[in-house]
Design a protein around this ligand. Structure first.
Ligand SMILES: Nc1nc2c(c(=O)[nH]1)N[C@H]1C(S)=C(S)[C@@H](COP(=O)(O)OP(=O)(O)OC[C@H]3O[C@@H](n4cnc5c(=O)[nH]c(N)nc54)[C@H](O)[C@@H]3O)O[C@H]1N2
Ligand SMILES: Nc1nc2c(c(=O)[nH]1)N[C@H]1C(S)=C(S)[C@@H](COP(=O)(O)OP(=O)(O)OC[C@H]3O[C@@H](n4cnc5c(=O)[nH]c(N)nc54)[C@H](O)[C@@H]3O)O[C@H]1N2
Ligand code: SF4
Ligand SMILES: [Mo]
Length: 737
């Protein structure tokens, strides 16, 4: 007799976009996955889902039981132990570290693989008492959000164009065709309905093909371009004078500063012809409403504190002075949810314990990550949003600079870090300066390294304990503050001995004195936080997913600032934000920090090409999915793109293996010779490791062979203003392998 098929309404988490899906389940097995046509994605699924859904949940490489290391760290010798025992041992060791060195001697890593429960990890580290957490958000949206919150006390990112309404979109450092597959059609439709498109990218991507104006920029100079656009807009009087007069502070300072960035100078910095800079500025300023869509890579594409701050602030200034803030078809300020529980679910007022204790290891070097900054932000936002009304954790929660994390392990300065709890961050592959990370993870100074993972990754290989985690089929989904779109049901029971991140953290937490904070079922917590809107989780799933009830989605209220002001100290848009000034940042930084940076990244004579990395491909999500055969068949090898002129000078043809080299190391990729890239720039994919290769150290599944992190620096000089390292725009040299 055939088994009955049940349908579950879940959320795909093969990437952080979280598309709604209908999963057919039979006998606790996933038998079919379809896009949910009721969602705004209209049933769209990308190739990750289509080609990996059925092979994922019971893939032979999945981790199924807790493991304890028996050989040397990295030797690949493990024994299976029971959950009880593994958790008891880990809790005991964490406790010993806390008693001996203080809670801050344990650092928590939070990867991008499990965004739906990221709040639980933050909750755990707050309760344990450590300010040392390192989250993947640091590399992408966090620095932008922090700048926005400092300038207008709110965030717009990520804004999509509104077809038929938005007249212009500027895409800085982004390729939504690959990175946001379900939203791509919105970009295409907007263009069809007349939105002018400006794309800034050293590569002619699918997104750049859509452009009316494509600016082939020199990597790492987007801030200078934005300054140049400001120069034209202000000199030609194309800004929104009413808005500037009524709502902006600091305009005169910007106006004076920006005189130093005329198009001719900006051309020499950015390689973009001055006419195009002028044209871009005019198109943007005169086609309102306009959005700067997507673009998370903008920070890690620039080198150093000054440049990262300038690009993020200049984008905020452009949005504001052109009067595009919070108008229909423009830059929507963060859509507010009815119940402002987002911050509560993370902090639950617990962080206040931590506020009285030690700062994170990099807080004095990158003051925006300090407790002082947290308090300042809270103070500025309080007037507009109330006590806990703003999801501040998105923008600035304490997040340490990885350089100081690794050196705190290796050199015990500014104080020792002795334990690492890694929840799904494949550090060895997705971070920079792999050699330093490897040394830190191998070091005897590190007394405990625990990893919670779905697969035995290169990073998990260097752990003392590995815990097997659930995938998205095996748990429910709820992602504040987007609970209207990202809510989904559990489809199957966890297989083998896998558990959800929540259950793992809970088990560990209750052994460490956190028993009051982790109810048995995660849904109980959801219900608690949903209280203010008078619904529970089951009801919410039913109403939103099964009944398509849109009435719960708050209607956006435009220009609310006219009633309550902006969430800054002054209540105005602070073009030169007082908050960052109070933290000692140089505002409106100029483009002067290059020589100091070159010491770390290598000079142009020895390393003549500019390396960019990590442009997204639809097939993979960062370091994930390399074990999925059908996806791997589409992209079996790491690819480096190079221009035909440059390739022929170097004797390189498409399909050749090539070495890419920087002062930090050498890796090899396969060449793709293409005129879609600037002749002085090469682009290499990120996230590569080879699950089919030997995993024991030092091989670590081919980490050293093709992992892009081997090439990139992590030193504070090149880090962004929050302490995150660059992942693009360094010098390199290329040769045939
Ligand atoms: N050179 C270069 N490097 C980059 C970038 C770049 O552009 N260029 N981009 C950077 C950016 S923006 C980001 S966000 C980072 C992402 O870097 P990471 O956060 O490391 O991201 P992933 O490789 O997606 O995921 C890490 C691990 O999470 C595991 N995982 C998946 N689901 C779960 C779960 O539910 N629970 C747990 N515990 N684990 C899970 C996966 O198996 C995977 O091994 O990479 C950065 N690295
Ligand atoms: N399929 C897939 N989708 C993803 C991800 C994934 O791993 N796979 N990761 C997700 C995550 S965490 C993030 S943060 C987003 C990021 O996604 P996006 O915001 O789209 O950004 P990226 O894909 O990082 O980079 C986009 C473009 O920036 C260009 N670029 C490189 N350096 C520079 C520079 O200095 N200046 C300019 N102007 N352009 C430059 C590259 O050529 C590339 O085409 O994607 C998300 N979506
Ligand atoms: S874009 Fe693809 S991988 Fe990402 S959530 Fe949607 S279907 Fe899943
Ligand atoms: Mo990211």
């Amino acid at each position: 007799m055939p088994n009955e098929v049940e349908i579950k309404k879940a959320i795909c988490w093969f990437c952080f976009r979280g598309c709604p899906v209908e999963v057919q389940v039979s006998n606790e097995n996933v038998v079919k996955v379809k896009g949910d046509r009721a969602g705004e994605e209209k049933g769209f699924l990308c190739e990750k889902n289509v080609l990996a859904s059925l092979s994922y949940n019971d893939h032979p490489n999945r981790l199924n039981y807790p493991l304890r290391r028996i050989g040397e760290r990295g030797e690949g010798k493990w024994e299976r132990i029971s959950w009880e025992r593994a958790i008891d041992e880990v809790a005991d060791k964490l406790n010993k570290i806390r008693n001996k060195y203080g809670a801050e001697a344990v650092a928590c890593l939070k990867g991008h693989g499990h965004v739906h429960e990221y709040w639980a990890h933050q909750r755990w580290s707050n309760l344990f008492g450590t300010p040392n957490s390192f989250d993947s958000a640091k590399d992408c949206f966090q620095p932008q959000l922090a700048a926005e919150v400092a300038v207008y006390g709110d965030t717009t990112v990520p804004c999509l164009p509104r077809p038929g309404v938005t007249k212009c979109m500027v895409i800085f450092v982004s390729n939504p065709y690959e990175a946001l597959p379900p939203d791509w059609r919105v970009f295409v439709e907007a263009k069809r309905q007349g939105t002018k498109v400006i794309v800034i990218d050293p590569r002619l991507t699918r997104t750049a093909e859509l452009a009316d104006l494509w600016l082939q920029i020199r990597p790492g100079t987007d801030g200078a371009l934005a300054y140049g656009m400001l120069n034209v807009i202000i000199e030609e009087g194309l800004y929104d004078k009413e808005f500037v007069k009524n709502w902006c502070l600091g305009f005169e300072a910007v106006k004076n500063f920006i005189k130093g960035y005329p198009p001719a100078r900006v051309e020499s910095i950015t390689w973009i012809p001055r006419e195009k800079i002028i044209e871009a500025a005019r198109i943007y300023a005169t086609n309102k409403p306009a959005v700067m869509a997507a673009g998370w890579g903008v920070t890690h594409s620039q080198l150093g504190r000054g440049r990262t701050l300038s690009v993020n602030l200049a984008k905020c200034i452009l949005r504001a002075i052109t009067g595009n803030l919070d108008i229909p078809g423009g830059e929507l300020l963060h859509p507010k949810t009815k119940a402002a529980f987002s911050q509560n679910i993370h902090w639950d007022k617990l962080f206040t314990h931590q506020l009285r204790k030690k700062d994170g290891v990099s807080a004095d070097k990158f003051p925006i990550m300090s407790v002082k900054a947290f308090k300042l932000f809270q103070e500025a936002l309080r007037r507009v949003y109330g006590e806990n009304g703003f999801p501040l954790e998105m923008a600035i929660y304490p997040n340490i600079s990885p350089f100081y994390l690794w050196t705190s392990i290796l050199e015990e300065k500014p104080y020792p870090i002795k334990g690492l709890l890694n929840m799904g961050m494949n550090v060895l592959v997705t971070r920079t300066n792999t050699r330093r990370i490897y040394q830190a993870l191998k070091s005897n100074n590190l007394e405990l390294h625990v990893t919670a993972e779905l697969f035995m990754t290169p990073s998990a290989m260097l752990s003392d304990y590995v815990f097997p985690m659930c995938d998205w089929f095996e748990r429910s989904n709820f992602s504040p503050p987007n609970y209207f779109s990202n809510i989904g049901e559990q489809c199957v029971k966890p297989k083998y001995e896998r558990r959800s991140d929540y259950d793992f953290l809970r088990e560990l937490g209750i052994r460490l004195g956190q028993e009051d904070y982790w109810p048995e079922k995660v849904e109980e917590l959801y219900n608690k936080f949903l209280g203010p809107i008078g619904l529970d989780f089951k009801e919410l799933v039913r109403r939103i997913r099964w009944e398509g009830d849109k009435s719960l989605i708050p209607v956006h209220e435009y220009k609310k600032y006219e009633k309550i002001g902006f969430g800054t100290f002054s209540g105005k848009v602070e073009l030169v934000p007082s908050l960052l000034k109070k933290l000692g940042y140089e505002l409106l930084p100029s483009y002067k920090d290059l020589p100091q940076i070159l010491e770390v990244t290598g000079g142009e004579e020895e390393y003549p090409l500019v390396l960019i990395s990590g442009g997204r491909v639809r097939t993979f999500f960062h370091s994930q999915l390399r074990e999925q055969t059908k996806l791997r068949e589409r992209r079996p090898n790491p690819i480096m793109q190079i221009h035909p002129d440059t390739a022929s000078e170097l004797g390189i043809a498409s399909g050749d293996w090539v070495y890419i080299e920087t002062p930090k190391g050498r890796i090899r990729h396969k060449a793709e010779v293409t005129d879609r890239i600037h002749p002085k720039v090469v682009h290499a994919e990120h996230g590569w490791w080879f699950p089919e290769q030997p995993g024991e150290a030092p091989d670590l599944f081919g980490t050293w062979e093709s992992g892009i992190g081997v090439l990139f620096p992590d030193e504070p000089e090149v880090c962004d203003y929050q302490g995150g390292p660059p992942m693009r725009a360094i010098q390199c040299r290329v040769s045939k392998a």
